[in-house]
Design a protein. Structure first.
Length: 744
């Protein structure tokens, strides 16, 4: 009767396919006021005055919010560092930083009124690159008085992290390489728009939001608004994609303030162009210095990573720190140092993005391995295999030992594209490795209600955003209680109903929430055993659970038999509670250690049109080391989706700014993402299942990893096809064409 390992039909698939599913933009509130934002057409400016008089006279306008409407100093918010004001105050720090918000009876009136708000401002010099931010005379992005690290408060370095082992500066090597690789700013481009709705509720506020982490948002809101968490209700609606872009607080504090002030529901729906101004992937410049023996074995590795994180911290400190912990990737040099910096700039705040900093590191690390293989005349697959740790060995000192057979996965990926066999002209092959770790020391709590008829209601804080979480969690609950899937309902997203969950991110939900559900089901079985002992006068050791039934000496009972014996005809239900967490480690730079490694391998074959520079991906294969696939089809689909998304930053996606910090390619017309025409002729998602993970049935987390190795696989395949080692993504036709012509 087990449900584990089966590609059962996804929960709610009919609603998604038919369009019946209600997203946040579909929610109707009869008396809701509509909100539009006022922005400036510059990257950095001092606000001199805001004249709202003409806009306020427009019929239907109810209120126009500026920083003067808040208690001073203006409240600030952020998921980890509280540095972002609810609305721009004194200065705009990036292109798109809102300076006012118009509230009106309709969206059209609000938009018209927003266009009538007159803002007098002085454009200021801006910092839009790593080089500008680190320049000696660079203007400071943030006031030193709000900085948390006093040693760095008078610089544009928000924070820095150093990891390492051995003596990397004193190692004899046959070959020493040093090179720098850059990764672009990209936007999340979830097709569903961001929507924020707030309404007064009793003596508090209720927020409907396209947010991945409702409980985190609840905590941030309580601090920003100075009201108890219990007075704030967050409803995380169904998400049409997130990828990290909907992870952390954005306009929810502003909307809550408006709803409480006006005592009326308020609604803000952003356009696709506006979502580009909410958050982005951090661009990076990563310098790698590495030493090798003649046989390709690493002797040392030094990694220097600078991430351009934007005007406010957002989630970027965690992105940089956590990815830097695995800053040598899946490779294990005997001597290593990693130095990563989060650098402020007058750009859209960087935030979490699928892969959480790992794609940036792996593009640099895999590239240096290919260059070394070329210099040493060693096969590119062989040089990787010789530097991967084996199961049980340490990748990072004092962390979790390697929990998978990584050589198996990499070899499987290479074989899937015919590694080592002859190639047609202008074709090339490349390999990439993806590795990341989940958010450390987090908590998931699950409540399971076992009803009188043997059905289950599972209450979780996990957000459904297209990844199929409800399906997998239902499978885990059904398996734990050995009941059919049709008897399980998963409820999520409403902080007034579901227990606490740290985040829906970091590929942690199957492991953390899955284990919490399993523990909640064990709690139910414990209570059922106690009920059987009381009602049937049997010994506790005589009560066992097999295939959804209760086994007693000489007889077998249904769950319903025990429920009737205990509750009688008045009926009742049993509540189980499960809590799963990883331990806090205050001495650890991240607050907690590695709970599992999320590892994936990619292999690509490309063809390059040397007349145009266009790169066509012919074959793209991923192999995920996932422990156990609870639902194989969902895992394969996640990896394929990640791979296609990774094609974006590999070949086309990048935000383009002018010298004034303005983004020039907002929206679907000017910012290109992969479409059906870009999907490789051969796209495969393979799995390695050794049941060696900490989750239910030996599962590990997956979902993020599919995107991580794609830049390496495609970029290095393009390098083989052209004979050029590329250093900067994306490899647009223009970039490749220029490189080929310089080579000539």
């Amino acid at each position: 009767m087990t449900q584990i390992g089966k590609s059962v039909q996804r929960v709610g698939i009919e609603e998604r396919v038919t369009g019946a599913l209600k997203f946040a933009a579909d929610l109707k509130f009869a008396n809701a006021l509509q909100v539009k934002l006022v922005r400036l057409d510059v990257g950095h400016a001092r606000i001199i005055s805001i004249d709202t008089s003409e806009a306020a006279r427009l019929e239907g306008v109810r209120f126009i919010l500026t920083d003067k409407d808040f208690p001073q100093p203006i409240p600030r918010y952020g998921p980890f560092i509280y540095d972002q004001p609810i609305i721009a105050t004194g200065e705009t720090k990036f292109f798109g930083d809102p300076v006012a918000a118009v509230v009106a009876t309709t969206e059209d009136i609000a938009a018209k009124a927003a266009s009538l708000v007159k803002v007098e401002y002085e454009e200021l010099p801006g910092v839009y690159s790593i080089e500008q931010a680190l320049a000696q005379d660079a203007p400071l992005i943030q006031d030193p008085s709000i900085r948390e690290n006093p040693e760095l408060a008078h610089t544009n370095i928000l924070d820095e992290w150093k990891f390492g082992w051995g003596e990397p500066e004193n190692v004899a090597s046959d070959l020493v390489l040093e090179d720098t690789f850059t990764f672009p700013m990209t936007t999340h481009f979830a097709i569903e728009p961001h929507v924020f709705i707030a309404a007064p509720e009793h003596d508090g506020v209720c927020i409907w939001s396209t947010v991945q982490h409702p409980h985190l948002l609840q905590r941030v809101m309580a601090r920003a608004l100075k009201i108890p968490i219990a007075k704030i209700r967050i409803i995380a609606t169904e998400l049409g994609g997130g990828f990290g872009g909907k992870g952390y607080p954005k306009f929810e504090p502003m909307m809550a303030f408006l709803a409480m002030k006006l005592q009326q529901p308020v609604r803000l729906r952003l356009s696709l162009e506006e979502t580009f101004l909410l958050g982005r992937r951090n661009s990076s410049s990563i310098r790698v210095k590495a030493g090798f023996q003649k046989n390709g074995k690493l002797t040392f590795m030094q990694v220097y990573a600078d991430f351009l994180i934007g005007a406010y911290a957002n989630a970027s400190p965690r992105v940089v720190a956590k990815s830097a912990l695995v800053g040598c990737g899946a490779y294990r040099p005997p001597n290593a140092s990693i130095h990563a910096r989060a650098i402020l700039s007058h750009t859209v705040p960087g935030t979490a993005f699928r892969g959480f900093g790992a794609p940036q590191f792996m593009w640099a690390l895999d590239s240096i391995m290919d260059i070394a293989a070329d210099k040493l005349d060693v096969d590119r697959l062989k040089i990787r295999l010789s530097n991967l740790p084996k199961r049980g060995e340490l990748l990072i000192p004092d962390e979790l030992p390697v929990d998978g057979d990584w050589a198996e996965g990499l070899t499987k990926a290479a074989n899937a594209i015919g590694w080592g066999t002859p190639l047609p002209p202008n074709h090339g092959r490349g390999l990439g490795i993806g590795i990341k770790t989940p958010a450390p020391a987090t908590v998931s709590q699950a409540a399971v209600r076992f009803h009188y008829d043997g059905s289950l209601t599972v209450l979780v804080g996990t957000t459904e955003m297209g990844q199929g979480a409800r399906t997998v969690l239902a499978q885990i609950a059904a398996d734990a209680m050995r009941v059919p899937m049709e008897k399980v309902t998963v409820i999520n997203g409403d902080t007034a109903i579901v227990p606490f969950d740290s985040i829906t991110a970091s590929s942690r939900s199957t492991v953390f929430m899955g284990n919490a559900i399993s523990l909640a089901c064990k709690d139910i079985q414990k209570k059922l055993r106690e009920m059987a002992v009381e009602c049937l006068q049997v010994n506790p050791t005589d009560v066992t659970f097999v295939d959804g039934k209760i086994q007693l000496p000489g007889r077998e009972l249904e769950y319903l038999d025990i429920m009737r014996a205990y509750f009688g005809n008045v009926t009742g239900e049993i509540h189980g509670m499960g809590i799963y967490k990883e331990p806090l480690k205050p001495e650890h730079p991240l607050g907690g250690g590695v709970s599992f490694y999320e590892v994936i391998f990619a292999a690509a074959e490309v063809e390059v049109d040397k007349e145009t520079g266009f790169v066509s991906v012919k074959k793209l294969v991923t192999v995920g080391d996932i422990g156990k696939a609870i639902n194989p089809l969902l895992v394969e689909s996640q990896d394929e989706g990640g791979a296609i998304q990774g094609m974006g930053h590999s070949l086309m996606e990048h935000l383009i700014m002018d010298e004034r910090g303005r983004i020039l390619n907002l929206g679907a017309l000017d910012y290109r993402i992969p479409t059906t025409q870009d999907i490789p002729e051969e796209l495969k998602s393979l799995l390695v299942e050794n049941m060696d993970g900490p989750g239910p049935s030996g599962a590990k987390g997956t979902g993020e990893s599919g995107i991580i190795p794609i830049g390496s696989a495609i970029g290095l395949a393009t390098g083989e096809a052209t004979g050029v080692f590329f250093h900067d993504l994306p490899l647009t036709p223009e970039t490749v064409w220029k490189a080929l012509n310089q080579q000539k």
